[in-house]
Design a binder for this molecule. Structure first.
Ligand code: GLN
Length: 476
């Protein structure tokens, strides 16, 4: 029999409903697993053992009283530490927010709470999502449970690692340019970046407000669909969530995919992709053909501009978003001093090199004289990237690419060269400026045993297509 922490959300939900296990047993199994694994992995910044146990006892009591519960009631999960949680420390992985206890709940947390999912802890991440390895966190590096000499990916590395080892049955990550998909790929789990606006960003500590997307990291595609059914939908507190109904994802997830057309963009299968990754993707393509899909070679010609476009707009937004951490509104408090000195001290001591680097670049690309040259041009190229995908989706149902051009790299390998770290995101950052959804699903392992993720991309608000393709692929 499987350990309880190894269960999928779907199976655990069935067992809870049937009374075969209790929420308390499930929570305890995950907390014990966390105690066992954390010394080696460091996936969590905060563990909410006491609250989790209390919540589990309540859920079990209500179930025993015959009350109708949400199908996911009693499922333990974790939240990336960028989501505000009333009464529970929220740091965004940054030293400047250490000890910050928010006065309200993020919508995603509130929805999960209303469904009686049980928060087990807040996961480690690169500060504000700045990174692809979780090595920039002020709370230590997270290690990849598949191979602890390697990074778990980032910036939601704690979430990827926790789901991989069973520290909760799912996690909520945040994806601005790959931060859900990259750790999913490196840890061998599933990660969904939903359409921009599909899940409310209310209470999500902002990196780049026009990119940020809230989504699940799970073991299976089915589980991602189950979690999305809870968290997706319009929210009066986030004006970018349209009033578009959330489809019943379960209804179409098992539909056959034969006769469908899958786009293979040549820009994502060429130079710069490691051979191991390409080999796994080759076998993935064969699997899709066996499922009856037609593969279609195609081109997304503006891909080469994606990284520059992404970083110019993203860091411009980040530099404005991070202005609020000044020791007055938010952030470390320091001894009273003249305003300028105070501000410099708080920000100088509270931000790491990576945070400062990004604030400085974003300030530069927005400053007078450079704004037209960088920010404005990047917004124009963003439009071209969008057209690339619109054209493509007239001919294909979904597009597949490797999620990352490489497998999990060794801890320390890229920390000395920030540009190398940024280039690792080549295949994920093209998605967020366009706003479409993309799913990373495990496609196989390299001969060394390292997981490789396949990214499936669909048009706006077509998450159900991603679940359908991803589920058929994963179960084939
Ligand atoms: N690695 C990318 C970056 O550093 C993406 C981060 C994210 O999605 N939050 O910007």
């Amino acid at each position: 029999m499987k350990e309880l922490y190894d269960l999928t959300v779907k199976d655990a939900s069935k067992m809870l409903t049937a009374g075969e296990i209790t929420a308390r047993e499930l929570v305890d199994a995950c907390l014990d697993r966390i105690s066992e694994m954390e010394p080696a992995i460091n996936a969590f910044i905060t563990i909410c053992a006491k609250q989790a146990r209390e919540h589990a006892i309540q859920v079990d009591q209500r179930r025993a009283q015959g009350k109708t519960l949400h199908p996911l009631a009693g499922i333990p999960y974790s939240l990336k530490d960028v989501y505000v949680t009333e009464g529970i420390q929220t740091t965004a992985g940054s030293k400047i927010l250490e000890g910050y206890v928010p006065p309200y709940d993020a919508t995603v947390f509130k929805r999960l709470k209303d469904a009686d999912c049980i928060l087990i802890g807040k996961t480690n991440c690169d500060p504000y999502g700045f990174g692809s390895s979780t090595e920039h966190s002020a709370f230590g590096v997270t290690k990849n449970p598949v191979d602890t000499s390697r990074v778990p990916g980032g910036s939601s590395g704690g979430s990827g690692a926790a789901v991989q080892y069973g520290g909760g049955l799912f996690s909520i990550g945040e994806d601005t340019g790959g931060s859900i998909r990259c750790p999913a790929s490196f840890c061998g789990v599933v990660g969904l970046k939903p359409t921009y606006g599909r899940v409310s960003r209310y209470g999500s500590i902002a990196y780049a407000s026009s990119y940020d997307s809230v989504g699940p990291i799970t073991k299976t595609v089915e589980d991602a669909a189950l979690v999305m059914s809870v968290i997706a939908g319009t929210d009066p507190n986030d004006a970018t969530t349209p009033d578009q109904p959330v489809p019943n994802y379960q209804k179409t997830i098992s539909d056959p995919i034969n006769g469908r057309t899958v786009g293979i963009p040549k820009e994502y299968f060429g130079e710069g992709v490691s051979k191991d990754v390409l080999d796994v993707l080759e076998s993935a393509k064969e699997r899709l053909q066996k499922l009856g899909c037609t593969l279609k070679e195609m081109s997304l010609p503006y891909t080469e501009y994606a990284i520059a476009t992404y970083y110019i707009i993203g860091l411009s937004e980040a530099s404005s978003n991070l202005a609020r951490y000044d020791g007055v509104r938010f952030g470390l408090e320091s001894d009273p001093a003249p305003w300028k000195e105070y501000y410099t001290k708080v920000r100088g001591e509270g931000f790491s090199d990576e945070e400062k680097r990004r604030i400085m670049i974003g300030t530069f690309t927005l400053s007078s004289g450079y704004q037209d040259q960088y920010y404005k041009r990047a917004q124009e190229v963003r439009q071209l990237l969008r057209q690339d995908f619109e054209r493509a989706f007239r001919e294909v149902d979904v597009i597949i690419t490797p999620t990352m051009p490489m497998t999990a790299f060794k801890i320390g390998d890229k920390t000395d060269d920030p540009l190398q770290m940024w280039l690792a995101d080549a295949f994920t950052v093209s998605i967020n400026p366009v706003g479409i959804p993309a799913l990373s699903v495990p496609a196989g392992n390299t001969p060394e045993g390292l997981p490789v993720g396949m990214q499936i991309i669909a048009p706006h608000f077509k998450e159900e297509l991603l679940f359908n393709f991803g589920h058929q692929f994963q179960t084939a």
